[in-house]
Design a protein around this ligand. Structure first.
Ligand SMILES: *Cc1c(COP(=O)(O)O)cnc(C)c1O
Length: 365
């Protein structure tokens, strides 16, 4: 048994998502790029590569990782490129997408060899979290005004629009896309490709994949564009757990168990969005709060049900630890960084990365 804590990627669970992506690609005609900001654990890229066309990125480091570790079509996007980054970004990318007309005009001459795109902000989104809403008031993400955008069309060959967020509702996606077509219809005709971003949860249980494929196909035909999707979470959902061990139990008006990981260091998004982790099956007579080992008072994964009282040495699998999890892990409190392991389809588990004191020390100076 591997020593905890470790993230465990299950190839069979990942494969389930990949098969759906394969079907979407075939039935919709859309190209599919992995959004590296969500998931960049390159040890499983060779499994993902046959089902996806490449990667999209949000920084120079990500675009380079995409080129070197994933291959295929490599889209470079950044909220703002620095002058010293742009030539390197162009060297790794097939397409570069600018966030503003200002950046486009400044850097298009230095991106002459590759396709350029512009991010649009349609002013509507599916997000219920202000923090993650690209269409929020004063948003810096993308250009809005059709007239200003029309004036720079000769510098670009496509658009990127990312305004879905954990959207498992096809009807809502369909309506948002309709609003976008109304607002930018005349412009869409005049480019060759449109990336509709990520945030569509088409790998979720019961998602009407056929309706999505039909809608994307119609959109592509109507505007004569190649459609791209940029799934992050949808590509890896349900594929990974964070494996932890109970180090101590405690009681303070309720049963507590302290484990060898930390929500702040190892599942940060749950803390940011005030969500609970999950365990399966979460059933039984014993209700126990699972707590992290950092000194943050609110370092709590959640309260779950167990068949037996937890004891020191018991192991727990915290679910859904792929998207926005490994990419955000940090050394807060110096808590042991979880290793990364992969479960092959034959059930065998292989450690692919361990972290030690030298990694912690090298992280700062
Ligand atoms: C975050 C992001 C994605 C991926 O979003 P998911 O919700 O993980 O699918 C794709 N494209 C862009 C531009 C993004 O910012």
């Amino acid at each position: 048994m591997l020593r905890t804590p470790y993230y465990l990627i299950d190839r069979a669970a990942l494969q389930r998502n990949l098969e759906i992506i394969g079907r979407l690609r075939e039935d919709s005609g859309a190209k599919v790029l992995l959004a590296l900001k969500c998931f960049a654990t390159w040890s499983v890229f060779e499994q993902m590569r046959p089902y996806m066309d490449g990667t999209t990125s949000s920084s120079l480091n990500e675009v380079r990782l995409g080129r070197e570790r994933f291959g295929g079509e490599t889209h470079a996007y950044s909220v703002a490129w620095a002058d010293h980054e742009i030539d390197a970004a162009v060297s790794y990318a097939d397409k570069i997408i600018f966030n503003t007309i200002g950046q486009l005009e400044r850097y298009a001459p230095r991106a002459a060899g590759i396709a350029c795109g512009l991010r649009l902000n349609p002013g509507v989104s599916s997000s219920s979290f202000d923090l993650a809403d690209p269409a929020r008031r004063y948003s810096r993400l993308g250009e809005r005004d059709p007239q200003q955008i029309a004036a720079v069309l000769d510098l670009i060959s496509g658009f990127m629009i990312h305004n879905n967020c954990e959207n498992g509702d096809f009807g809502l996606f369909d309506r948002l896309l309709g609003q976008l077509e109304e607002r930018y219809g005349g412009l869409l005709q005049r480019v060759q490709w449109v990336s509709l971003g990520g945030g569509i949860h088409f790998t979720g249980e019961g998602y009407p994949l056929e309706a999505l494929c039909r809608r994307l196909r119609e959109f592509a035909a109507r505007h004569e564009v190649q459609v791209y999707l940029e799934p992050g979470e949808a590509a890896v959902t349900g594929s990974t757990t964070l494996e932890v061990t109970v180090l101590d139990t405690h009681y303070n008006d309720r049963q507590l168990a302290i484990v060898d990981a930390s929500i702040e260091a190892h599942m940060l998004d749950l803390l940011i969005y005030r969500e609970s982790a999950s365990v399966l099956p979460d059933a039984g007579p014993h209700e126990i709060m699972i707590c992290g080992k950092s000194c943050l008072a609110g370092d709590v994964f959640g309260t779950f049900r167990f068949p037996q009282p937890l004891q020191v040495g018991d192991r727990i699998s915290l679910q859904n630890a792929a998207g926005y999890t490994m990419v955000k892990k940090n050394w807060f409190n110096g808590v042991q960084m979880p290793s990364i392991a992969i479960r092959d389809t034959d059930g065998s588990v292989h450690l692919v990365r361990e972290f030690d004191f030298a990694d912690f020390e090298r992280n700062l100076s």
